[in-house]
Design a protein around this ligand. Structure first.
Ligand code: ZN
Length: 258
């Protein structure tokens, strides 16, 4: 019995790294914490009411947890949008909101519209917080032929993994910071514009991710030297986390600042 259990654990160790979760736990919490630091006092009060005083950072991974519930497994395709490379902005605008190869842009727009009408729907709010985070992970707007980088096998610090997982969590975990340490550092070292929300911004934000994905696809050769890779691409990672926190704050202020 004990042997079978340890065998299962070893097996799980082989399988787990292949599963794509979106930003890992730390990444989502960093984004949630940065957003919180940019929220107005009324927004925070209203969010506390809907979320039963749980913080934005602490509910930010709920969207990944519920995929394990068979009743909510259908939401797994809400977390990404795979698109072919080389789209013009005009083609991108059309393809990004379609429902094939992932639905993240469509669902973010839909959840914002639903929450505008019904702001006390806690599950919709938690899902929106999560999906705005995912929408800024470059490989959540990757290419369908390699499943957003999941099929691109790489080695990172002596370990077999894939490009998608590296950008979900490998690069973030390598920094060895807690989510609060990382969020405070990024908050202090970046500026936040926080313009009033307009729905057209969602496509602008997604376009930024799509362009970042091209940089990440072109980065694979540099993985021969992981320390150089970290040095060269850390600023891209940090600008994605910071933009996601900024954009999440713009949406939450729009929905809950009353
Ligand atoms: Zn996700």
């Amino acid at each position: 019995m004990k042997k079978t259990f340890s065998f299962l654990l070893v097996l799980a160790g082989f399988i787990m790294p292949q599963m794509a979760f979106g930003w890992g736990m730390t990444g989502h919490r960093v984004i949630g914490k940065i957003a919180e630091m940019n929220l107005g006092k009324h927004t925070i009060k209203n969010l506390n009411q809907v979320l039963d005083n749980a913080s934005v950072a602490m509910v930010s991974n709920w969207g990944d947890f519920v995929k394990s519930d068979s009743a909510l497994a259908y939401t797994a395709i809400w977390h990404y949008k795979d698109l072919p490379s080389g789209l013009s902005r005009e083609e991108f605008n059309k393809q990004a909101i379609t429902l094939d190869n992932g639905e993240v842009v469509y669902r973010v727009l839909q959840l914002i519209a639903e929450l505008k009408k019904q702001p006390d729907n806690a599950n919709n709010l938690k899902m929106l917080i999560h999906l705005i985070g995912d929408m800024h992970q470059p490989l959540h707007m990757g290419h369908p032929e390699d499943k957003g980088g999941n099929m691109i096998k790489i080695r990172w610090m002596g370990r077999e993994t894939n490009l998608h997982s590296l950008w979900d969590s490998g690069l973030i975990d390598f920094q060895q910071l807690s989510y609060t340490e990382y969020a405070h550092y990024l908050f202090k070292t970046h500026t936040f514009a926080l313009p009033p929300f307009k729905p057209s911004m969602v496509l602008d934000w997604a376009w930024g991710t799509y362009q970042a994905a091209q940089v990440v696809y072109n980065s694979v050769d540099q993985l021969k030297n992981p320390f150089y890779y970290d040095y060269r691409y850390l600023s891209l990672l940090e600008s994605r986390l910071t933009d996601a926190g900024d954009h999440l704050a713009i949406v939450l202020n729009y929905l809950y600042n009353k």
